[in-house]
Design a protein. Structure first.
Length: 179
């Protein structure tokens, strides 16, 4: 049910129970998530190393998420990777949300990047579709939450986080970084 933002998650969860959310449901969900976002959250294997490798190789890294910005930053900070990101753009930081390419473009601008040298990494169809609409190559994170069918349109599929640096470099025409 994840990947489309809090409102859609809530609607899907209530629909699964054949119920409708009440007027406080969204506020309650957002408050609960803010209080518990880091409780069971862990990085997937190899993600820290891939991020550190890319950052060290000069990549500007950014997060474009349909989560709210504050909890997203809280999670990244708790995981110890927030300093690696030049920008974090959540659902409340721009008027558009993925798959709208305006969300991705705004995130890219905030990070100081340019579309011609950018790559989107994501594990949901919203990520891939935002990248396609923005004319930015996408890498589907095959280890993430989305099923393989969501990879449609991606320029590449990374089966593990360690694949990402070389795939990203290839997609923007760079020599793959050495390991």
């Amino acid at each position: 049910m994840v990947g489309d933002g809090s409102e859609r998650l809530l609607a899907k969860a209530f629909a699964a129970r054949r119920a409708a959310p009440d007027s406080r449901a969204l506020t309650d969900l957002v408050d609960d998530y803010a209080a518990n976002a880091t409780v069971a959250t862990r990085l997937f294997p190899g993600v820290r190393e891939a991020l550190e490798h890319m950052s060290g190789a000069g990549w500007l890294l950014a997060v474009c998420t349909n989560k709210l910005t504050a909890p997203a930053r809280t999670v990244l900070d708790a995981l110890g990777v927030l300093p690696l990101f030049a920008a974090v753009s959540g659902a409340d930081s721009v008027p558009a949300r993925k798959p709208d390419p305006a969300h991705l473009r705004a995130t890219l601008r905030a990070a100081g990047g340019v579309p011609e040298r950018a790559v989107m990494l994501g594990d949901h169809a919203n990520d891939i579709n935002a990248a396609l609409a923005a004319a930015i190559p996408a890498i589907f994170a095959g280890w993430g939450y989305g099923p393989p069918a969501m990879a449609g349109g991606a320029a590449a599929v990374a089966h593990q986080a360690g694949d990402v640096p070389a795939l990203a470099a290839r997609l923007v025409g760079l020599t793959p970084p050495s390991r």
